[in-house]
Design a binder for this molecule. Sequence first.
Ligand code: HEC
Length: 427
Amino acid sequence: MARPGATRRDHRRAAVPALILALLLLALPAAAQLPEPDRAAGLMAHGGPVRALAASPAGIASGGLDQAVIFWSPTGRPITVARWHQGAIEAITAIPNAGWASAGEDARIAIWPATGATTPDLVFEGHQGPVAALSSDGTTIASGGFDGTVRIWDGSGPPIIHTGHRGAVSALLHRAQGVLSAGQDGTLRAWPDGTVLAEFGHAITALTTLDATHIAAATVDGTVHIIGPGGREFATSPRPVVALAAHGSMLAAASIGGDVGLWDWRAGRLLRTLQGPGLPVWSAAFAPDGTLWTGGADRQIRRWDAATGRPLSESPVAALSIPEDADPHGARVFRACQACHALTPDAPPMAGPHLHNLFGRRMGSVAGYAYSERLARGDITWSPETVADLFTRGPDIVTPGTRMPVQTVGNAEDMAALLRFLQAATR
Ligand code: HEC
């Protein structure tokens, strides 16, 4: 079998759906600048657009074009950052009563525990190109991607491989009647036999479960098709739909480069569109409590009140205590960091180490924090100069192999303010 890395380029040239290519191009450059401090209202987490999101009672998992998978508590506290994949993340799914599966450009499928981890419990390999879709019912995991195959894994050996789609597989769902797959070829198929349940004249970009008898499929022309008894279609946008998510009678449809519509799918009626920062979004998921989570092109994760279409502004992490005498400009810049870093040693565990007594501290020296190998080496001592270098050149350049997201502070005034803030707030 060819190594995924060796085949990736060829597959991209041959089979990349125009939609995904457009998404990848939009994502460049991967090392984005931090947003204007006042706009940093979401949960800053990824070093690139957030392409995949999944929700379960355990929390949220997000995946970005920055190759990171981040595990969040149900209230939006980042728990673990996993930099294990070797390419952009294209798909994440919750495994009912277990954990998560993630996959993407590197053709590998990683299985994670519900609480998250920095290395996966299990890895499935074999796809001959990027994996664009995942689904699970808790017993098996279905995967599909640019190689046009649907693979069913039960963890006990090689997968069952189904072929039939002409072109990439873009979405998958586990249903009572079997695994359903949707493709660039515009067909919706049911496995194991590959029966064509529906055929649209356009590539299918997303699928979601609505209830026991209905599912929704979105096509690249911006239409959402409700499939099931009394099925209907409605045009959400003239642009391709990149993400679908449903909760009860509500269906969220996000279009590429555009807005997120909240629809009553039974009536085919637009209820409202999301109003606020962080649009366009690239991924969406409803938590079990009905909160809508979105992942944006701006690298942030946001929570929305689906009943009003407004962002749930105060994230729990924003409530971190910040010393009163700390530089206010620097405190705003630090909002990009506070999702992952506490300022005091006694704070509950977060995705990154606490920054108490940062200046003068050897890199990788907080006892009990599981650093990456690169930071554990401890060959840098943190000072205003070395921290400035870290966020001028970027953690990926200064400390390659680190799990910290790709990010830089581009503006000299913001950098000076951040350092003033850290000097006061980490003492
Ligand atoms: C999404 C989470 C996340 C965000 C956002 C984040 N970091 Fe980190 N940071 C981490 C992780 C994870 C590590 C440990 C990385 C490793 O072990 O490779 C880390 C490590 C560090 C370290 C080294 C600490 C040590 O003990 O050696 C510093 C300094 C740091 N971050 C500062 C910042 C600053 C300043 C910001 C904002 C501009 C920021 N981080 C944003 C997750 C994050």
